[in-house]
Write a protein that binds this ligand. Structure first.
Ligand SMILES: *Cc1c(COP(=O)(O)O)cnc(C)c1O
Length: 366
């Protein structure tokens, strides 16, 4: 902590979410240890990436795996692999993709900030459907001999009116087009590590720095062997489109350790801990005038985890409360609701912090 303090940086109690801008997640000691051990000697990075990938594939019940420098980098590399495959001449072409399979299809309702990582390669994004929904015909009409991949963003954006993932995969398979699932924040549940690829998605991409609690600059790409082999060629340390998204030996060993740990966690006990924290907050806040508390479920990423939603009467203003929590001592980050309220997330807190959050919030509301 002293290095942060020397810069005048205040530590934050994160009751918001695994947000990159707040530092993502906290690495458990075994992950830190694995990174430190990895930093002690030189290794052949190509070999390490391959061996770590093989182990991760086995652990997650996938054909193959690759460690990227984050889920966003994984999206970019997956796109590159679908466009240029393992062809050394095409690998050099980015971002000039005329004459290649340079179109990627995405449902309009799935558009979000992270699709820039896909567009960054130089592909043309073909949007299908509207905010009101997507039909099978929309997808069929968009498919062409230029289609490199179909991207699916999993999360709070998913709606019943969209074309379901099963349907997208079935249609894509008829045309031999890979479906890539952005599942960056889709842990828990742990089963998602194999669910999307077992459903038939070609690749599923996860963030290493969210609930996995691996290194912040790590991501996990899981799925088809041929595509993972192509991704290796596009990725660092090769001089290709992924070279600026370098993954170090420390991240490789750190993420492997984080995944090993994650698979062994008692996920039922964690789910109960989150429920207990939400119950604790709801009880602690329920008798305050002008405040209504409810259990909000699922959370902002669509994860099966609860949050406490605190709704205010016009006696309070959510922006002032958020600001007071942020500027107070200690600094606490919480999410706003779309109305006049805030959300408390139990997943990113250390032991003892739910109590601090409750106490500070009561003080701010008093
Ligand atoms: C967090 C997130 C990403 C980016 O993950 P990083 O590991 O930070 O690169 C991509 N897509 C979605 C939907 C996310 O939630």
């Amino acid at each position: 902590m002293s290095n942060y303090q020397s810069l005048g940086i205040r530590p934050i109690i994160n009751a918001f979410a695994t947000l990159t801008k707040l530092g993502g997640s906290i690495m458990p000691p075994e992950v830190v240890q694995a990174m430190q051990d990895a930093s002690n000697c030189f290794v052949d990075l190509h070999e390490l990436q391959r061996k770590v990938g093989e182990r991760l594939a086995e652990l997650t019940q996938n054909e193959a795996a690759y460690v990227s420098s984050g889920a966003a980098a994984g999206l970019l590399l997956a796109t590159a692999a679908c466009v240029a495959g393992k062809n050394p001449e095409l690998i050099e072409r980015f971002p000039h993709l005329d004459g290649l399979k340079n179109e990627v299809i995405v449902q309009h309702s799935h558009r979000n900030g992270y699709d820039y990582a896909v567009r960054e390669t130089g592909i043309k994004l073909i949007e299908i459907g509207t905010m009101d929904g997507t039909s099978e015909a929309n997808l069929r009409q968009a498919l062409s001999d230029k289609t490199a991949a179909i991207f699916w963003f999993q999360g709070a954006m998913n709606k019943p009116s969209e074309l379901a993932l099963e349907k997208v995969i079935a249609i894509a398979n008829q045309h031999d087009i890979p479906v890539i699932v952005d599942a960056a924040a889709q842990l828990p549940p742990v089963e998602n590590l194999w669910k999307f690829t077992k459903m038939g998605a070609a690749l599923a991409v996860f963030s290493g720095g969210k609930d996995l609690s691996g290194p912040q600059s790590s991501g996990l790409v899981l799925g088809r062997k041929d595509l993972i082999e192509a991704i290796r060629m596009h990725g660092a340390p090769n001089h290709a489109v992924g070279r600026p998204m370098k993954v170090g030996k420390e991240e490789l060993m750190g993420l492997l350790t984080a995944v090993e740990r994650y698979l062994k966690l008692d996920h039922a006990a964690r789910a109960k801990l989150f429920e207990d924290r939400v119950k604790f907050w709801n009880e602690g806040l329920s008798s305050i005038e002008g405040v209504t508390v409810t259990r909000d479920y699922p959370n902002e990423a669509g994860q099966p985890a609860p949050r406490t939603m605190v709704s205010f009467s016009n006696k309070f203003n959510k922006d002032e409360i958020i600001q007071n929590l942020w500027e107070g001592e200690p600094c606490i980050a919480v999410a706003p609701t779309s109305g006049n309220g805030i959300l408390l997330n139990p997943m990113t807190l250390n032991e003892g912090e739910p109590e601090i959050v409750l106490q500070r919030l009561k003080e701010v509301l008093a």
